[in-house]
Design a protein around this ligand. Structure first.
Ligand SMILES: C[S@@+](CC[C@H](N)C(=O)[O-])C[C@H]1O[C@@H](n2cnc3c(N)ncnc32)[C@H](O)[C@@H]1O
Length: 224
């Protein structure tokens, strides 16, 4: 895998292409641009680092902005990554631990991306990390568990920590249920309908919203 230690800008496309994961290049490049802007205002956070593909894009943007990225994942895989399920990958099975373990791959990606001074890994269930979190965030990417319970817990646990003007990105939003599960789309609709966020253009299956600034009025939600 080619390295990019010490470079700035978007990661060379060959680097994320060589990492296991679930993020299209255009979606990743949008994340880079968002992190470049958000990283100047405060820390960014992702839920679901997996093997580090999204981390490469977000982390590169944070690095170039002089910011940091918290990357949360229990590194045990989601439901669909478990043995016998659709996205089980035997290469991520750790026989010593007797479970899926994506942390070794994740940390290798962070090192190859030149991001060890930017990315702070948090090896934890998202809900556990959220319990006593108190730092305002400039960007949150939700790409963890895709059951409704998991996606809602991520939205509930993290969206409230976004500072005014902060970005909420939600991955894997599909309007056609045959293209993918509907939980990310459901929390996207919750956020969009809350009046607290402005919708920004989507990139592929990546939905992006921006927390309204103080005093900004959501005209489409106004009582008549
Ligand atoms: C779809 S993958 C993330 C893909 C990644 N963003 C990429 O770019 O390739 C989902 C990840 O979320 C993690 N995950 C699922 N439920 C979680 C939870 N409750 N807390 C923390 N991590 C979780 C899984 O371990 C898995 O690595």
């Amino acid at each position: 895998m080619p390295g990019c230690e010490g470079k700035s800008g978007l990661p060379d496309r060959r680097l994320p292409a060589a990492v296991r994961g679930f993020m299209e290049p255009e979606e990743g490049e949008r994340l880079y641009e968002l992190a470049l802007e958000a990283g100047r205002r405060g820390p960014c956070l992702e839920i679901g680092g997996f093997c580090g593909k999204s981390t490469l894009y977000l982390g590169s943007g944070c690095r170039d902005a002089g910011g940091i990225l918290y990357s949360i994942d229990h590194h045990r895989g989601s439901e669909e990554h478990q043995p016998g399920e659709e996205y089980f990958d035997p290469a991520l099975w750790d026989p010593r631990l007797g479970r899926v373990n994506s942390f070794t791959e994740f940390i290798r990606t962070v090192e190859r991306g030149g991001l060890t001074e930017t990315v702070v890994p948090i090896v934890s269930a998202s809900a556990t990390a959220a319990r006593s979190w108190a730092t305002p965030l400039s960007l949150v990417l939700i790409d963890g568990g895709h059951s409704y319970a998991a996606a809602f817990a991520d939205y509930n646990g993290w969206a409230g920590h976004l500072m005014p003007g902060g970005f909420l990105a939600i991955h894997d939003i599909f309007s056609n249920p045959e293209a993918g599960g509907q939980a990310p789309r459901q929390i996207y609709k919750l956020a969009a309908g809350s009046g607290l966020f402005r919708r920004l253009p989507m990139t592929g299956s990546l939905g992006v919203l921006q927390r309204r600034t103080i005093g900004e009025m959501p005209m489409e939600h106004r009582f008549v």
